[in-house]
Design a protein around this ligand. Structure first.
Ligand SMILES: Cc1cc2nc3c(=O)[nH]c(=O)nc-3n(C[C@H](O)[C@H](O)[C@H](O)COP(=O)(O)OP(=O)(O)OC[C@H]3O[C@@H](n4cnc5c(N)ncnc54)[C@H](O)[C@@H]3O)c2cc1C
Ligand SMILES: NC(=O)c1ccc[n+]([C@@H]2O[C@H](COP(=O)([O-])OP(=O)(O)OC[C@H]3O[C@@H](n4cnc5c(N)ncnc54)[C@H](O)[C@@H]3O)[C@@H](O)[C@H]2O)c1
Length: 456
């Protein structure tokens, strides 16, 4: 039935995650009438529950670890961990106590109109938020993001378990913590809490931590975690959870692990049915929204961010937002290209990776050649000593003579990754990488050794 009180605007952005906020702001600055719809906090998961607060935890945790490395290198030190300082920074500096007024005003200051509430597509070209109905002339941009998956484990529902959203609000580091899921969130938080004195057990159902990355990275992380006193259980499935007397007991079928707190970090989910994508002919039961290379999901509808399934990263959301803005404004430029997607897990050592892993390259039938070097064997790694764990691994397409993937694990592994990201993105011939100059004694100079290793 046609809605007569619908309001005409140029663009409606549903979900103001990092990409949605950026796209909405830029389109408004370009003179379009833009409505940004947000059900929770403008800016999305990253600033309030994701990247920013967790990297504040990690900054604190890594300072403690460095302090503990002083003996034998620079004197003596006694470090005393105090989580309340992390909690205070997260509350006051990162999130304004989970208040998005600054972000909301930043958006309206760019000329956008913020509508608070849950947006749904109710017909082609129609978005409903509560009792407000909008008819965007130019299009709808979907940036709904993801939320934590809570697996259907017997006894889990109804217990006071944490997801990332409760963990970043922790006012104290618990005495002990069970982390369910050893992916990006699980590994980052496990190490951060452990360094603040929490006894941590990580339970991962696959046979490796960070299983999507190179096996060398997974093995390295496990070795470092165990050395630091973190208990790792891989290939382990939780069959039941109980919470009594302030403690969780997690049954792994044959073994039980306990913790004062339980973090569920077993992946993310989308809610496409509630978003109303069925009204524009998309599969409401799908996990992701398929788009073309211009992020178009249907006539007059674009999708960006985690929901596209191309990598749940803030930089992906922002990258895709830029493509949508250029498409809507008719500015041209290149469409989406996912050959060189960089990602960094901010454990210590940081695990940075770009493009394909060796296994992915082989699955694609690429004639693969790999090169690997260990950071402790490099000049800088040897000098660095304590905390020098890491490696650089290169994945070469031997037929084309270019890198199709690389992993850089180590101190500043995410920063070293930048050179490798340029090499993969720019398809720089390996022959050129072999004959360039790498500054001595940097961590990135190990790239030269890894390139040489490609020859053998
Ligand atoms: C603990 C943690 C750590 C992370 N660390 C990093 C990191 O270090 N680096 C990195 O690159 N990425 C990191 N990520 C991932 C990163 O947070 C996300 O990829 C990023 O937020 C981009 O997500 P998005 O653009 O899809 O939307 P989101 O940030 O998920 O935001 C979507 C917004 O849409 C709103 N919304 C959803 N549906 C509707 C609707 N129907 N109507 C109105 N509003 C709606 C939601 O309330 C939300 O605010 C981390 C994630 C987590 C959980
Ligand atoms: N530094 C970063 O860029 C960063 C940091 C954190 C999160 N993120 C993003 O957020 C996304 C979500 O993070 P995440 O860690 O929740 O998901 P994830 O997919 O990275 O890891 C989830 C892990 O949980 C395991 N698992 C699933 N069910 C399980 C069960 N019942 N018991 C035990 N293990 C189980 C999976 O095998 C997987 O290893 C990531 O994919 C990443 O893109 C990025």
């Amino acid at each position: 039935m046609a809605v007569h009180n619908a309001e005409e605007v140029d663009v409606v952005v549903i979900g103001m995650g990092p990409g949605g906020e950026d796209a909405a702001g830029r389109l408004a600055e370009a003179g379009l009438s833009v409505v940004g719809v947000e059900a929770r906090l403008v800016g999305g998961e990253c600033p309030y529950y994701g990247c920013v607060p967790t990297k504040m935890m990690i900054r604190g945790a890594n300072l403690l670890a460095e302090g503990r490395r002083i003996p034998g290198l620079a004197g003596d030190a006694t470090v005393t961990a105090d989580w309340t300082q992390v909690a205070k920074r997260i509350r006051e500096e990162a999130t304004d106590s989970w208040d998005d007024r600054v972000a909301a005003e930043r958006f309206t200051g760019r000329g956008g109109r913020l509508v608070r509430g849950y947006g749904r597509i109710t017909a082609p070209g129609e978005v409903t938020v509560g009792d407000q109905v909008f008819r965007p002339r130019r299009g709808i941009v979907l940036n709904p993001g993801t939320e934590p998956v809570v697996p259907p484990i017997d006894g889990l529902a109804g217990t006071p378990f944490w997801t990332n959203r409760e963990a970043v609000r922790a006012e104290a580091a618990p005495g002990s913590l069970v982390v369910l899921g050893g992916g990006a969130i699980g590994t980052e938080m496990a190490q951060a809490f452990s360094r603040f004195g929490t006894r941590v057990t990580v339970v991962e159902s696959r046979d490796r931590l960070l299983a999507v990355e190179e096996p060398e990275a997974c093995d390295l992380l496990r070795e470092v975690f165990e050395r630091e006193g973190i208990t790792v259980r891989t290939g382990a499935r939780a069959t039941a959870v109980r919470h009594a007397d302030g403690a969780f007991t997690v049954d792994l079928g044959g073994e039980t692990v306990r913790g004062e707190a339980l973090l569920v970090s077993t992946g993310r989910r989308t809610r496409l049915r509630e978003l109303g994508v069925g009204a524009i002919g998309l599969d409401a039961d799908a996990r992701t929204i398929e788009t073309d290379e211009w992020m178009r999901a249907a006539e007059g509808v674009w999708a960006i961010g985690d929901v596209t399934g191309k990598g749940a990263f803030t930089h992906m959301s922002m990258y895709q937002a830029d493509i949508v803005v250029r498409d809507i404004l008719g500015q041209g430029g290149p469409p989406a290209d996912y050959r060189a997607v960089p990602r960094v897990t901010f454990t210590d050592p940081e695990v940075g990776a770009v493009g394909l892993t060796e296994a992915q390259a082989r699955e694609r039938g690429i004639n693969v050649r790999t090169g690997l070097t260990r950071i402790p064997e490099s000049s800088r790694g040897w000098i660095h000593k304590a905390g020098n764990d890491g490696f650089i691994k290169l994945v070469q397409d031997a037929d084309r003579g270019v890198l199709v993937g690389a992993t850089s694990a180590g101190p500043a592994g995410g920063e070293v990754l930048s050179a490798l990201a340029v090499a993969v993105h720019g398809e720089v011939p390996v022959e050129r990488l072999r004959h360039m100059i790498y500054a001595y004694p940097t961590f990135h100079r190990a790239i030269e050794t890894a390139v040489k290793d490609l020859e053998v």
